[in-house]
Design a protein around this ligand. Structure first.
Ligand SMILES: [Mg+2]
Length: 323
């Protein structure tokens, strides 16, 4: 069947700057996909890589596929395309398949069950105190994520770690994410410090994504979750037995991720790359499936970091209209 691909650019600003060891994210830009079949049915997707250069690459690949095409043609290209584009195209095709086979009922996910991402532009210990207070009243997640090694902070992170450990109750979990910003020596120092810390859930991507040998060696001492390495070297998704942070919007065809997630030994953690409502349908569905798996833990959906409004609606048509 002939398919027509339409696109619409979007952009939005996060509610606050996210500062990591790799740079600052404040805006998200990308494009929405609408794939129409000859009966007028629509499938919906979103394409928004974190790396701005990759967006150009996605548009070029899409031009290469052509705006009038077929399902088979898209399926043939999918595994060679940038992850962000495969996510959008795979999501759109899933909607069209769903009309005939009806296999996907998008599940919602209560975002308060997500881990709490600490602000990166102020001393995190104050935010933790506020969060503890709130989570006592409102029953929200007991998992906190701290992005360290950020370029702009003007406090000593080692001292802050001690402060955090002093105030964090026993039944809370802490995730530490240097986004690949540590040297082997620094990773060793933090690992030695945290080795017997039961509240530490894992350290996420402590070393640069290419230092695979260093990451495997560190994983013998302390729980390590991979994130950026899995995007740069997808073969690691098959062999990394510890935690895997999976950001569906960058990961590729979400139909494949869903299948992978349903495997017995999956240790995946679904995380956001900050999506509109169209991408969010998939993130929520995958997160809902993840917490029902054999190794449940809080997904990383960064509550409160995306603004509100029609661009974040559950209905794809409203999102398309708002872009
Ligand atoms: Mg990460």
């Amino acid at each position: 069947m002939k398919l027509i691909i339409n696109i619409k650019p979007f952009s939005f600003q996060l509610t606050r700057k996210l500062i990591t060891s790799q740079g600052i994210i404040h805006n998200k830009i990308g494009f929405l996909l609408q794939i129409k079949d000859s009966d007028g049915n629509c499938g919906w997707g979103e394409v928004s890589p974190i790396e701005k250069n990759e967006l150009k690459e996605c548009i070029e690949s899409l031009n290469f596929i052509g705006r009038i095409t077929t399902k088979d043609s898209i399926e043939n290209y999918l595994c060679e395309l940038p992850g962000a584009l495969s996510f959008g195209l795979g999501a759109s095709l899933a909607d069209l398949e769903n009309l005939s086979i009806r296999q996907l009922d998008f599940e919602g996910f209560d975002i308060t069950e997500s881990s709490y991402l600490l602000p990166t532009d102020i001393d995190p210990s104050e935010s933790i105190v506020k969060y503890l207070d709130r989570s006592n009243k409102e029953k929200s997640s007991r998992t906190i994520k701290w992005k360290v090694s950020n370029q702009e902070n003007n406090f000593n992170e080692e001292k802050t770690l001690q402060k955090i450990l002093n105030i964090l109750p026993k039944n809370f979990k802490l995730r530490i994410d240097p986004n690949g910003g540590w040297s082997r020596q620094k990773a060793q120092e933090w690992s030695s410090e945290l080795k017997n810390e039961t509240r530490l859930q894992w350290i996420e991507q402590p070393l640069p994504s290419k230092d695979i040998e260093g990451l495997f060696s560190l994983a013998n001492q302390i729980p390590i979750a991979l994130d950026e390495s899995l995007i740069e070297f997808p073969y690691l998704r098959k062999i990394w037995k510890s935690w895997q942070i999976r950001r569906p919007a960058l990961d590729g065809d979400p139909r494949l991720l869903l299948k992978e997630l349903e495997k017995e030994d999956s240790r995946m953690v679904i995380s956001t790359a900050f999506e509109t409502g169209i991408g969010r349908r998939w993130i929520n569905h995958l997160a809902a499936r993840q917490v029902k798996g054999k190794n449940p833990c809080a997904p990383g959906l960064a509550p409160g970091w995306c603004p509100k409004g029609p661009l974040f609606d559950n209905n794809p048509k409203s999102v398309w209209g708002a872009a």
